[in-house]
Design a protein around this ligand. Sequence first.
Ligand code: F6P
Length: 501
Amino acid sequence: MSSPALAALAALPQADLKSIFTTDPDRLSKFTLRQGPVRFDWSKTHLTDELFEGFLALTEEKGFAAQRDALFAGEAVNNTEGRAAEHPAERGEGNADSVARAKMFHARMRALIDAIEGEALGPIRHILHIGIGGSALGPDLIVDALGGDGARYDVAIVSNVDGTALERAISRFDPEATLIAVASKTFTTTETMLNAASAINWMVEAGVEDPYGRVIALTASPDKAIEWGVDETRVLPFAESVGGRYSLWSSIGFPAALALGWDAFESLLEGAAAMDRHFRLSDPRQNAPLIAAFVDQYYARVLGCQTRALFAYDERLRLLPSYLQQLEMESNGKSVTRDGKPVDGPTAAITWGGVGTDAQHAVFQLLHQGTILTPVEFIASIEPGHALDPAHHRALLVNCFAQGAALLRGKDNEADPARAYPGNRPSTTILLDDVTPEVLGALIAFYEHRTFANAVLMGINPFDQFGVELGKEIARSIEAEGPKGFDPSTMALIDLALGGV
Ligand code: F6P
């Protein structure tokens, strides 16, 4: 480990979780933090006073405060691409010029939404949002979490190039009442462009008079969208400095703003802005995203945990794990530091998870008795998302808290080892007041800043994603020139499934 502060941390003794509340009786108050509508509880992790001080030293060593200032100032923190990372500006926080530009783009988005609501584009009932990765996962999460009843518009988010995805979505839509939103930062992504072309064909075949009149583009490359056929008046731009996986706050959030209403979209932005201010202004000792990163760093880099698991005990947040997979793994799944040197240890753990209580009946066996130590994160809401018998929500929360206690405490059984639970397994709990636009905005912004804080502590750039390029390049070359020079396995697969083409 080339970082002196990290080496010092690694030399500290590992706490025994089973007895940790006895040896450190004040830890509940020390290691919990409330930020607006979100309460964080790290008291059931291995975090101790010594570790905490050690991580504060690492924070200093890595120049965290200056890098955080650079992020919010709109400096080129994405050094490998020479770009800023200005998602906070979309929420009104950061460089004044960027904030003004984001406001202007939001105003255009709102005007188009008003026009659609006023039926300027016809009697729209269905929104077919086509995009992939960051151009789909964020809107999908928001619409699913907050607009589940489809009361205003029926939204389908189609990402996969597998035609089954598009076919399933359009089979329930009336082409005469559908708006197609093509969401792509670059407006070149193969999957998205193919899905968009097929969606237009579907309209043409159904006899829709002016299919392109029902298409809008959400993009940082307006020229490409116009060239593709979208009318200039229906192109909703966003800034190049907003990264794909950080883009749901921009025009990429269009289906959420339309389905939930503009006020709800603004509340989402405001919730995120409150978390931005917390992250930017709070002392490291009281800074939720930074403290969460301490915990992540301890498990991934000191104890060598290769995964971290996340369970939302709330059906509304069922898409959160897949959203966070992209955010965390595409941002911090790197092997080199900002200056291109090999990184001094493991980087992002694999993020995986699901919803409680379903996951208890599927994967929790391994968490309780398996041999792989996995830090677990529970997320729950005090308020339910339904009006059914309160017994449902009570059972949900009781189960959530019981799992955390069981992981910590375990249970001895010398007579029957198969029925023994080792315990001593860490968990964090994030308790939300409710799942509202404001809370969800704050929660997502918390994860964004936590990802950034982790990157700073490891010395890496979280804002590029060159790792995804090679496979795309090879696929393009196969399409353009046919398969050449691949290994025998790849050649045989292409031959078998595609007849050599
Ligand atoms: O392949 C990775 C990626 O570049 C993501 O980072 C991005 O969110 C996604 O593809 C979609 O890109 P675009 O919005 O340009 O279509």
